[in-house]
Design a protein around this ligand. Structure first.
Ligand code: ADP
Ligand code: MG
Length: 380
């Protein structure tokens, strides 16, 4: 049953519209967003799809076809941050963020279903938030831009649901374009669409879901973030974005703490990797980004130390089987990796990774191609 039919069955009337918002993978640029640096995500073909109608009586009704349980019913004027720990905190948080910003959202009925794998580092939560934000923007004729919707969605996740994250995930879901990777400058939030037509080059980007669940809330994210802020403070800059790659060695020699040095080296070098990837993609030399992806993984593994054995195994097994490059992607400690491969080598590389997981006794990974898809949109 589609979301339109599901909506009618639940709420007894047709929805006023249906919207979709994708999950994302980050090609390169990890833990750089809160350092006001660069990230480069692309939208996945997997989407959260929501059927929505507006209401004028202050009632918010939420339902997910993917979650067991009844319709969640809330009042928009009683939404309180950090009080709802269920999935409904994400769409409810968007309503709260819109209302907190002064937008007159007076209620909604929403029913959604999503094909974005959850907890795999592919931003199923951002897809949920952005699809809600876009639907309400259209239904209430708020006239907000995509980047503005992304910021409100981030606010919903940070302040209402209580999950710390940068603005990359929501911006990717809201702003990506088909056949492109998005270059986001996290300082001024300016965006640029960089062509990423893999099939024209005989290439594929595989997403390998390690099936290890990440838990960003366990303090590791906050610890890395604090370490980066400490590094910036000791170097006398507002954010690590301001340390030029050419000055990295000198900057590192001024940092007494080995841990802070590693974090700084990761962030400054990953910003530089983003710039090199953009230059190569714009020159049409897509294959040459492979080794940069692998360098990025080594940096996340050895300097930032946010990888895990399963993600390291994806990268080593894929590269040994002829991949052009690979790296973990997202918050780390599990989740997914991306692997750049020749189209002709997809089966060989997939088999090699799957067999390596079996030999190590890990749960079988899930492998699928990341075809750069469109950002959030109205479907009907
Ligand atoms: P990620 O965003 O990496 O997938 P998160 O832990 O940030 O992982 O978000 C996953 C959470 O988002 C789920 O636990 C659930 O609360 C919510 N969510 C994602 N997809 C759905 C869905 N289809 N229906 C209801 N809730 C969902
Ligand atoms: Mg998330």
């Amino acid at each position: 049953m589609g979301v339109r039919e599901g909506f009618e069955e639940l709420y007894g009337a047709a929805p006023q519209g249906v919207w979709a918002a994708p999950g994302r993978v980050n090609l390169i640029g990890e833990y750089t967003d809160f350092n006001e640096g660069f990230v480069m995500p692309l939208a996945l073909p997997h989407t959260a799809v929501a059927a929505v109608s507006r209401r004028t009586d202050g009632v918010l009704r939420l339902h997910s076809a993917d979650i067991e349980g009844p319709v969640v019913e809330l009042r928009v004027d009683e939404l309180e941050p950090l009080t709802n720990t269920s999935w409904a905190a994400y769409p409810a948080g968007v309503v709260w963020a819109l209302r907190s910003a002064g937008h007159p959202v007076t209620g909604a009925d929403l029913h959604l279903a999503s094909t974005v794998p959850t907890g795999a580092g592919l931003s199923s939560s951002a897809a949920l938030e952005v699809v809600t934000a876009l639907a309400l923007n259209d239904l209430y004729e708020l006239g907000l831009t995509r980047p503005e919707l992304a910021l409100l969605a981030q606010r919903a996740e940070n302040d209402f649901a209580g999950v710390p994250c940068g603005v990359m995930d929501q911006t990717a879901s809201a702003c990506c374009a088909e056949g492109h990777v998005l270059h986001l400058d996290c300082r001024d939030l300016s965006i640029r669409q960089v062509p990423f037509d893999l099939s024209a080059h005989g290439l594929e980007l595989l997403v390998v879901d390690s099936r290890v669940k990440h838990a960003l809330g366990d303090g590791a994210y906050a610890e890395r973030r604090a370490g980066c802020e400490e590094g910036a403070r000791q170097l006398g800059v507002s954010h690590l974005r301001d340390v030029a790659y050419e000055e990295l060695d000198g900057a590192l020699s001024r940092l007494p703490d080995e841990r802070v040095r590693r974090y700084v080296r990761h962030v400054v070098s990953d910003d530089h990797r983003v710039e090199r990837v953009i230059a190569l993609l714009e020159a049409g030399d897509v294959r040459a980004i492979g080794p940069i992806l692998t360098d990025g993984h080594v940096s996340l593994r050895d300097d930032l130390r946010i990888s895990c054995p399963e993600l390291d195994l994806v990268v080593s097994a894929a590269n040994a089987a002829g991949a052009l490059g690979a790296r973990m992607t997202g918050g780390g400690f599990g989740g997914s990796a991306v692997v750049l491969v020749e189209s002709a080598d997809v089966d060989t590389v997939t088999k090699a990774v799957t067999e390596a997981f079996a030999a190590a006794g890990h749960t079988a990974p899930r492998v699928f191609p990341a075809v750069p898809a469109a950002g959030a949109r109205r479907l009907s």
